[in-house]
Design a protein around this ligand. Structure first.
Ligand SMILES: [Zn+2]
Length: 208
């Protein structure tokens, strides 16, 4: 009927298609029974997630949605966009990557992995990145997201993908959750530190 539903999964929310329509997740909060059979189940362990409904023609007023930056796998996200967005920014590049107003959808795990692939130290001032580094970083961001999607996501605790399965990308991470383990490039130990209040993993030898 032209109405819109917006889901914000936050930390532990999941949206899972159940073809039988009869399974019940212990943390199911809302179940949509689909006209074509099956059900779409919104489950959330910690209940930080939100579901918004808007009638046809109504303004889609969801906090934060309008101010989101470009989606990394869209045409709007280019090395030129990244170079322009970091210009003059004094914050560490890691904090910049987690700011959803600059780039949408990049979380702590994928930010660490992208910086490793690009060879950029997480504490580097965002505005100090060269054009060449922005190009490498933009490509690295797209690669870690595509690889993560191909593995069905990354599951440490609660994450489940759209089929209700656990992701497998945690088995292929280069730095995240690997403190003290050998860097896949140089073999020296991965270090863990805190940048902008977030646990951050990197190789001090390979990232500058
Ligand atoms: Zn290394």
């Amino acid at each position: 009927d032209g109405s819109t539903v917006v889901f914000h999964l936050r930390m532990t929310g999941s949206l899972v298609y159940d073809p039988s329509g009869r399974q019940r997740d212990a943390y199911a909060r809302l179940v949509f029974h689909l006209a074509g059979g099956g059900a779409l189940v919104f489950a959330d362990v910690r209940t930080f997630g939100c579901v918004y409904g808007f009638a046809a023609g109504e303004e889609i007023a969801v906090p934060g949605l309008q101010s989101l930056g470009p989606e990394p796998l869209s045409e709007a996200f280019t090395p030129a966009y990244l170079a322009q967005a970091v210009r003059g920014r004094k914050q560490p590049i890691k904090s910049f990557l987690l700011d959803q107003r600059r780039i949408a959808g990049l979380g702590n795990i994928y930010a660490d992995e992208a910086l490793f692939l690009a060879g950029i130290h997480p504490r580097r001032e965002a505005g100090s990145l060269t054009q060449a580094e922005c190009k490498k970083l933009a490509a690295a961001i797209q690669r870690v997201l595509r690889d993560g999607l191909a593995d069905g996501g990354t599951t440490f605790r609660n994450y489940r993908n759209g089929e209700g399965g656990y992701g497998h990308h945690q088995e292929h991470l280069c730095v995240y959750h690997r403190a003290g383990k050998p860097c896949p490039t140089c073999g020296r130990p991965i270090e863990k530190t805190t940048v902008g209040g977030r646990g951050t993993h990197f190789c001090p030898h390979c990232q500058h």
